[in-house]
Structures are given as structure tokens and as C-alpha cells.
Ligand binder design. Structure first.
Ligand code: GLN
Length: 484
């Protein structure tokens, strides 16, 4: 099956004309048609346009860039010109929102001839950890379709892991690339805040949102990152610093590397199979010549509560633009303007969005702003300082990605806090703005995938990717395929 190729292998074959871009795209389409009804990863199929693009590329015959002719899935909150883009929310359906422009990431991928074959499922406006808040219903992990794919980029993660595409795009505000990568058994990168442009991607919490890839291995991630990273005049928060040639960082040599193992990440309730897989990963790194160093990140326990103050505050402000006037859902015969807004937003938004708008509006109101939002920003600085301190003595940090393997669909339905706790090891990196990657590092006794998180200092994606690459050279977890 061509759709199971890595980007590197597919590129080699395309260049040698052993396969065509059209065959590669067709193979992804066939796979989606065959299995997507059991995982629900793809919410919009853009197959005709993808095939047309592939034929155009084949007739040019030029495959100089490693992403030329490579099919991928785009998370449903990335604006693509002429393609329905709804963040899996009812508020952007009926009439469906069709952006008149491309987000920067799409534009950069189009420029090199990568082919978007469709939109992938996400929690509504990326709020969630399981893809269950999507108006299109949940995505399952291809390892056990009664369990969630993780979220919010569950569609892209499940799509990559089940070979519906060669890579996927996601966003990570507090877990949303790394958690689904670990639940589906693929590799997912959260970049340094500002490394990739947020322009044209629907915002959730603007000071935490990052754009990144999900792929079959670290090598592919390096290729995608080199293409999509870098300063963007349309996003003032992107860093105006050079983008390294990431694939060149992948030497696989990590002899002498100092790797921190933070005590605070071995929390009560950490699943024993995950604890074991993390310890085994540390041993693998040692065998490769790295030194494992016990470190402390003392403010870790405050990350989740801090996140759940800053995130809903920013959400409440970002969601204000969905008023049913300029785009998306509207209602007939309103009594007056306020009635119009109320009904559009009550009908259009799901429960999780409403919960965050209410909490966020409360937190930002006069009197509470100082007590909550400002205080949370101060704690955020302490969390950032923890990492800065740690990176004075270690090169990268490793930890489990999630405390549990994928849980059953509906398991946290009536307990939002239990859902929030799934991100307990994943929000500190967004608060600090540092990069982190989740890579497959084993399986639970029930044959469910386990992820290992590698974190690096700001802007040091290259170093972190090399550690992940070395690990993938020494292990085969990332090559295992789900039973689907
Ligand atoms: N699960 C987290 C939340 O719901 C993070 C979501 C994300 O990263 N987009 O806020």
C-alpha cells in the first residue's frame, strides 16, 4: 500500500518515477474509503481537487522538493481557500464557511507541491482531549475503535497512524498534537511558540496556540518543519530568526547528550505500563551514549490550573467573533439584535465552548482579572523559569506524554475535569512556549500505544528532533501498524 510509505521513501520513489503522485494520492483515497467509516478521521474529502493537482505535478515531472506530490490531511481549523473549514463546530455550518484565502502553512505547503486531500476531525475549535466535542462525532484510535484517538488533532493523528495520508497538520494549545500522537502511535511535534505562523488558523488561546505536523517518523517531521517554519509578516508573534535545515540535524549521534528526567512527571496514578515504557526509553538513550540526569521542575503541579485560567480567558475573547453576522450559522426572524446573537451562539456552540466562554468572561471581569488572570501569568513565568533553569544543566528533557493509554469513547462524558487531567503532563510546555515532540515508545499490555515526550529549549527543535531520531533508529515502535 503506497499510503503507508514515509515521506522520505515516497519522495525517493517519486523522483525515480517508480510511482506517480496520482497513484500515491489514489492510494490514500482508497484507504480512506475503505477504513474511515470505522475511525471517522476525515470530515471533508477533497479528492477531485487532490487528483487534479497530482496529475498536474506528474506532468511537470519535477520532484525536487521532498514534499512535492505528497498527500496530507489538514485539521479542520486551518483555512484553505475554497475548502469548507468549520473547526468541527455547528456555528460554522449552515451555511458552511468557505474561506477565500489560504493560511500561511497551507500556502507554504502548496508552494512546494504538497497535496491536501481533505479536512481532518478535531474537537470543536480544538477544545478537548478526545475529538469527542466535534460536531461530526468522535475519532477512534485505529488500535481499538472503541477508544478515542485523543485530541484535539485526533483526525490527523488517526489518519497518519492508519495510513490514510502521509502526514497531517495539527494545532497544539495545551496537548492537541502530542496527546493524539501518543494515543494513535504516531510522531507529533509541538513547536516553539512563534516558530510557525498562526495566520489563517482559527484561534483558540492566542498566547498558547502552535501549529505543527504529525507524521510517521521524526525524519518526516524534520522535512515538514523546515518547509512550514519561519517568520511571517502576517503573524507578528513569529520569530524573525533563521530556520535551520532540520533534516541536517538528524545525525543520530547523541553520545554525551545530557537528558533530564523530571521527578514531578512521575505523578500518582501514572499507568504502570507507561512508567515502565518511560524508564525503558531512558535506558535506550543511555545505551546510545547519553547521560540520564534526575531533575526537578518544581512548579509542574501548578501548570494545569494555570492553563485553565489563561486558556478560557483567551478563548472567551477569541470566540466573540462568531456572531452569525459575517459568516456561519444564522437564524431566521430574530426579535432584535441581542436575541439574534443569543440564539446564534446558543445553537451554534457546543457545551465545552460555552463552559469556557462563561469561565473566561468571569475571569476577565473587573475585580477578578487581578486575582486570577494576572496571577496565572505570574505562575506561568515561574513555570518558564523552571525549564530555563533545567536547560542550564541538560540538553533535552524526557517524560511520558500522557498518564494513561487511550480511554474509551464516552468515558469522561460527564466529567470535564477528568478530561482536563489527561493533559496534566502536556500544558507546561505551552505555558513556557518550549518545543516538545511525542514519539511512540511502546505498547500497554492491552496493545495500546504509548508515547514518550521529548522537550527542548526555545528554538532548539533541531536538537530535540535528533534525540527522537536516534531513539527511532534504535527502536521499531514507530513502525508498528494498527490492526485496521
Ligand atoms: N485539551 C486541551 C484543552 O482542551 C488542549 C487543547 C489544544 O491543545 N487545542 O484545552
Amino acid at each position: 500500500m503506497l499510503s503507508s510509505l514515509s515521506i522520505t521513501d515516497a519522495h525517493r520513489k517519486l523522483k525515480k518515477k517508480e510511482i506517480s503522485a496520482e497513484e500515491l494520492v489514489q492510494s490514500c483515497i482508497d484507504r480512506i474509503e475503505k477504513i474511515d467509516s470505522s475511525i471517522n478521521a476525515v470530515v471533508f474529502r477533497n479528492f477531485d481537487s487532490a487528483l487534479k493537482e497530482a496529475k498536474k505535478i506528474d506532468s511537470s515531472g519535477i520532484f525536487d522538493h521532498p514534499l512535492t506530490g505528497i498527500p496530507y490531511l489538514t485539521k479542520d481549523n486551518f483555512c484553505e481557500a475554497g475548502v469548507p473549514t468549520t473547526a468541527c463546530s455547528r456555528i460554522l455550518q449552515d451555511p458552511v464557511y468557505i474561506p477565500p484565502f489560504d493560511c500561511t502553512t497551507t500556502k507554504r505547503l502548496k508552494n512546494v507541491g504538497a497535496i491536501s486531500i481533505g479536512k481532518s476531525n478535531t474537537d470543536e475549535f480544538t477544545m478537548g482531549s478526545s475529538t469527542e466535542t466535534s460536531c461530526f462525532g468522535p475519532t477512534s484510535t485505529p488500535w481499538d475503535t472503541t477508544r478515542v484517538a485523543g485530541g484535539s488533532s485526533g483526525g490527523s493523528a488517526a489518519g497518519v497512524a492508519s495510513d490514510e495520508c502521509l502526514f497531517g497538520l495539527g494545532t497544539d494549545t495545551g496537548s492537541s498534537i502530542r496527546l493524539p500522537a501518543s494515543f494513535c502511535g504516531c510522531t507529533g511535534l509541538k513547536v516553539t511558540y512563534g516558530r510557525t505562523s498562526r495566520y489563517g488558523v482559527m484561534s483558540m488561546a492566542s498566547s498558547l496556540d502552535t501549529i505543527g505536523p504529525l507524521a510517521k517518523n521524526v525524519e518526516d517531521i524534520a522535512i515538514i518543519l523546515r518547509t512550514i517554519a519561519g517568520h511571517d509578516p502576517y503573524d507578528a508573534t513569529t520569530g524573525n530568526i533563521p530556520v535551520p535545515d532540520y533534516p541536517k540535524h538528524l545525525t543520530g549521534v547523541i553520545k554525551g547528550m545530557k537528558i533530564g528526567l523530571p521527578r514531578e512527571y512521575f505523578i500518582d496514578g501514572l499507568h504502570t505500563d507507561i512508567e515502565q515504557a518511560t524508564k525503558d526509553a531512558a535506558k535506550t538513550f543511555e545505551k546510545l551514549g547519553a547521560t540520564i540526569i534526575d531533575i526537578s521542575l518544581p512548579h509542574t503541579e501548578y501548570a494545569l490550573p494555570t492553563y485553565y485560567i489563561i486558556c478560557p480567558s483567551e478563548v472567551s475573547s477569541n470566540m466573540a467573533r462568531y456572531d452569525g453576522v459575517r459568516f456561519g450559522h444564522s437564524i431566521k426572524t430574530p426579535k432584535h439584535l441581542i436575541d439574534y446573537y443569543e440564539r446564534v451562539r446558543s445553537e451554534g456552540f457546543g457545551d465545552e465552548i460555552k463552559r469556557r466562554i462563561i469561565i473566561g468572561t468571569y475571569l476577565l471581569s473587573a475585580g477578578y482579572f487581578e486575582a486570577y488572570y494576572r496571577k496565572a501569568q505570574k505562575v506561568r513565568t515561574l513555570i518558564t523559569n523552571d525549564f530555563d533553569e533545567a536547560f542550564k544543566t541538560v540538553d533535552v528533557i524526557i517524560a511520558p506524554t500522557s498518564p494513561n493509554p487511550p480511554f474509551g469513547i464516552g468515558a469522561h462524558q460527564n466529567d470535564p475535569v477528568a478530561m482536563y487531567l489527561e493533559d496534566i503532563l502536556l500544558t507546561p510546555q505551552n505555558l513556557a512556549g518550549i518545543p516538545a515532540i511525542s514519539i511512540p515508545s511502546g505498547f500497554s499490555k492491552k496493545n495500546l500505544p504509548i508515547g514518550l515526550q521529548i522537550m527542548g529549549p526555545h528554538w532548539e527543535e533541531g536538537r530535540m528532533l535528533n534525540a527522537g531520531y536516534a531513539f527511532q533508529q534504535a527502536t521499531d515502535w514507530h513502525t508498528r501498524k494498527p490492526p485496521l
